[in-house]
Design a binder for this molecule. Structure first.
Ligand SMILES: *[C@@H]1O[C@H](CO)[C@@H](O)[C@H](O)[C@H]1NC(C)=O
Ligand SMILES: *[C@@H]1O[C@H](CO)[C@@H](O)[C@H](O)[C@H]1NC(C)=O
Length: 418
């Protein structure tokens, strides 16, 4: 049964109308795992070099990641030299670590059916101290386009935040003028006061949607559950009218940062939680791991096609928190809560995540009530549920269903009215 749910129809966000990033971008990025390691003598397998991106591209194509939708290989900081070309003033890739150059790397990646992302900074230098784009936005946009890149992440170190309202849009126009479709990822909001979303009626957020395909909202993610949880807590936004939730949609996405799945810091439960919730958030799914050394369990999470389909749902509604035990006294003593998250999908069904944030104890029963889902009404309605981790249909329920959820873990379902 299909429903038209008034509250879920987005207000008029004006957005880039260039056909790019109609669903949240997917892929891999070097930053969290490989940082700015430029010492290829000591670390030949993990330094920032063309070999790292080639090897990753090969694995993405051969190990099923590309087939599952992960189609970007993204270079992050520390790929360039410290000085521009003295004759052309163009940016240059480090000749020792990228001897074939970025254009040749793009060809290598394209030949495997993948796309290449590059990184730069709107300021005078990148966060790692490499070449920034300030005062050269048009030149650099043209150089990067001539190298055939497909995505550009633009960081915000070494620039006064007051200038960014001018420079980020200017770069958006410069990228468009190159004629090459390039997905534009803006770090602008991550440099603003955390209240920027609500300030001036959400003006910055609306502007972001007009000029960027995705933007980072919050702190850099790290390979530990405290960091990942703090990002999840930022998204405990419980209204579809919230300016942050409203502004997400096809062509323009909130970016809660990279997936830590397949790294060292998260338990299996925590990895399941991050993946399920990133799908609820309609988040870009950008891994940052070593695909040559990844456990079978982590790989299975990353390749869960049913959860990827939720993330990539064409309607592009970002989901929200719909219920939490916070303040109910229920389990508060143990420093955690149980939560219900939901995301409306294109066909009128909902993706639902039941989360247990306690870090001690045993599995807790968490209840989904049909009345928690916007548009399903206050009365008890009949619905079906499918478990997206077990890949199992669970049958029919009336009014509510209950699942046992382990500490630091989630269960994820698709529920549909019958
Ligand atoms: C440039 O912007 C126009 C207007 O939004 C759009 O139609 C076109 O596809 C864009 N071109 C590129 C290369 O992004
Ligand atoms: C939703 O947000 C409101 C306002 O901040 C708060 O009072 C309410 O408790 C929240 N509900 C949930 C389910 O977290």
């Amino acid at each position: 049964m299909k429903l038209v749910i008034a509250a879920a129809i987005l207000s008029s966000v004006i957005a880039l109308d260039d056909g790019l990033a109609r669903t949240p971008p997917m892929g891999w990025m070097s930053w969290e795992r490989f940082l700015c390691n430029v010492d290829c003598k000591t670390y030949p397998d993990s330094c920032i070099s063309e070999d790292l991106y080639k090897r990753t591209a090969d694995l993405m194509a051969s190990e099923g990641y590309l087939e599952a939708g992960y189609d970007h290989v993204n270079i992050d900081d520390c790929w360039s030299t410290f000085e521009r070309d003295p004759v052309t003033n163009e940016q240059v890739a480090d000749p020792d670590r990228f001897p074939s150059g970025i254009k040749s790397l793009a060809r290598y990646v394209h030949n495997r059916g993948l796309k290449l992302g590059l990184y730069s900074d709107i300021g005078t230098k990148t966060c790692g101290g490499y070449l920034g784009m300030q005062d050269n936005l048009e030149l650099d946009a043209n150089t990067f386009a001539s190298w055939d890149i497909d995505m550009l992440k633009v960081d915000g170190c070494f620039q006064d935040t007051d200038m960014m309202g001018q420079t980020y849009p200017e770069l958006s126009r410069a990228l468009n003028a190159t004629g090459r479709p390039i997905v534009y990822s803006c770090s602008w909001p991550a440099y603003l006061d955390p209240d920027y979303g609500e300030a001036n009626g959400g003006e910055v957020l609306k502007e972001l949607a007009e000029i960027c395909h995705l933007w980072r909202n919050w702190d850099d993610i790290r390979d530990d559950w405290g960091s990942v949880s703090s990002v999840i807590d930022f998204w405990k936004r419980n209204s579809t009218d919230d300016p942050f939730i409203q502004v997400a949609g096809p062509g323009h996405w909130n970016d809660p940062d990279q997936l830590m799945i397949g790294d060292n810091g998260l338990s299996h439960s925590e990895e399941r939680s991050q993946f399920a919730l990133w799908a609820i958030f309609a988040a870009p799914l950008i891994m940052s791991n070593d695909l040559a050394h990844i456990s079978k369990e982590s790989k299975e999470i990353l390749l869960n096609k049913e959860i990827i389909a939720v993330d990539q749902d064409p309607a592009g509604h970002q989901g929200t928190l719909v219920w939490s035990s916070e303040g109910s006294g229920d389990g508060d003593y143990y420093g955690g809560e149980t939560r219900v998250w939901s995301r409306l999908l294109n066909d009128g069904s909902y993706a639902v995540v039941l989360q247990n944030t306690h870090s001690m104890g045993t599995a807790t029963k968490v209840k989904l009530k049909s009345s928690m889902l916007e548009g399903w009404g206050r009365r008890r309605v009949k619905f079906t549920a499918r478990d997206l981790y077990a890949h199992e249909d669970l049958g029919e329920f009336e009014g509510e269903m209950v699942a046992e959820v382990w500490p630091s873990d989630v269960e994820m379902f698709i529920v549909e009215l019958v």
